[in-house]
Design a protein around this ligand. Structure first.
Ligand code: FAD
Ligand code: GLY
Length: 385
């Protein structure tokens, strides 16, 4: 016999686990089901919290949400570290985007103009100033864009802490897969697990990252239209255990984007490709080569680091690049997925908003623009001929 649950969360990545924790703190009985919690996209993530450097034209709704989540980070981390007793590597050292040639610099100038139009805080700096900020940068760097407010967290440490805090708040975790969402009389009644066992609950939260669209039992119009977007990412380490860089460095090298995210203990995360390859997670030599080549062009000293890990993860991408969060068209089924390149950044705002929805049944204003219902054909009121 299992105890009665208010909510089954399908997927224990950073989104599912953070939401489970916050919902349990508000008194709900929550179970998370995941065969490998934290080993999806959340395992790959560099952990950049960079809403301003990643602001893209036409994505102002996403920018507002990203900024709202970034503002929550200090208190979220303080509460999480205190609840779990674990550190999550939240570092507020800022981000420097650098240009390898004059074309790349023009792109950064465009981005800077856009940021200024939006009232965001960023500053163009010369190549010389870039090297004064980051002495390990290549001498040929043509200029940069400094964003003091864009930070980082260690995504894997964050997930570990979320799992511990969730457990201490009463969340149960089942390390198996959900085979089917159960529906009776047009509403969700629970889930069936891979081992045939069922868990009954009045509410199911679908937070299975890029696997959410394929969840059996969910009617087609309630399925969030997410797809996997492959990202190769590397983990390097300084033999001296000293960081090569003081802050996140994003590089533009002849139009190619990459980022270097330094941890305090000498580890360096280098990413990432963005590829439409379906569910393939094979690590390809060419992708690893290109990342290392561009990293070396920006910071030559990366060639002297140990290559500790090459990995490919699958981002949950959506048709409009926006997350999909809220109540679906199927009563009892809530959704939190589609966080694409920003799931770590968006964990605090998602977790609090989704927990509030699960407790009150009302969608908080901060996530109203990201409803799963935006993909559902509008109901016509015209009478059939
Ligand atoms: P996931 O972490 O993928 O979790 C989904 C979970 O669902 C998995 O654990 C899986 O096992 C489980 N699952 C699947 N099927 C089932 C089933 N049938 N039953 C039960 N469980 C199931 N974001 C940032 O904010 N900053 C970054 O710097 C950053 N860098 C990134 C770099 C790379 C290379 C990649 C790939 C992503 C990056 N992201 C970053 C994006 C971020 O990783 C994702 O947006 C985020 O991890 C999504 O979290 P999630 O919990 O929705 O999905
Ligand atoms: N946000 C970084 C990535 O998705 O690669």
């Amino acid at each position: 016999m299992t105890r009665p649950f208010d909510v089954v969360v399908i997927g224990g990545g950073v989104i599912g686990m953070a939401t489970a924790w916050r919902a349990a703190l508000q008194g709900l009985a929550v179970v998370v089901v995941d065969p490998q919690p934290g080993r999806g996209a959340s395992w790959a993530a560099a952990g950049m919290l960079t809403p301003v450097t990643e602001a893209y034209y036409g994505e102002e709704d996403l920018l507002r949400l990203n900024l709202a989540s970034a503002r929550r980070y200090p208190s979220f981390v303080a509460e999480l570290e205190s609840a779990s007793g674990l550190q999550v590597g939240y570092r507020t050292n800022g981000t420097l985007a650098v240009a390898a040639d004059s074309g790349d610099r023009a792109v950064l100038e465009d981005l800077h103009r856009y940021q200024q139009e939006l009232g965001l805080d960023s500053e163009m700096v010369s190549g010389r100033e870039c090297r004064a900020l980051e002495p390990m940068l290549a001498p040929g760097i043509r200029g940069g864009l400094l964003v003091a407010g864009d930070h980082q967290v260690d995504g894997r440490a964050l997930h570990r802490a979320l799992s511990v805090a969730a457990g201490l708040a009463g969340v149960e975790v089942r390390t198996t897969a959900v085979s089917e969402v159960l529906v009776a009389r047009d509403r969700v009644t629970g889930v069936r697990l891979d081992n045939g066992e069922t868990i009954a609950a009045p509410t199911v939260l679908l937070a299975a990252g890029c696997w959410s669209a394929g969840m059996a039992g969910v009617p087609p119009d309630a399925r969030p239209p997410v797809r996997p977007v492959k990202g190769h990412i590397l983990r390097l380490r300084s033999p001296a255990r000293r960081p090569l860089l003081g802050r996140n460095v994003r590089g533009l090298v002849a139009g190619s984007h990459l980022y270097l995210v330094p941890r305090g203990d000498g580890r360096l995360v280098v990413g990432a490709t963005v590829e439409e390859m379906g569910f393939d997670t094979t690590v390809m030599a060419g992708a690893v080569h290109d990342l290392l080549r561009d990293a070396r062009a920006v910071v030559p000293g990366t060639a002297e680091l140990e290559l500790v890990e090459s990995h490919a993860g699958l981002r949950p991408g959506s048709p409009d690049n926006l997350p999909i969060m809220g109540q679906s068209v199927l009563p009892g089924l809530a959704v939190a997925t589609g966080h694409y390149r920003n799931g770590v950044l968006l964990a605090p705002v998602t977790a609090d908003a989704m927990a509030s929805l699960l407790v009150t049944g009302t969608t908080p204003e901060v996530i109203a623009a990201f409803s799963p219902r935006r993909f559902t054909a509008p109901v016509t009121t015209e009478a059939a001929p």
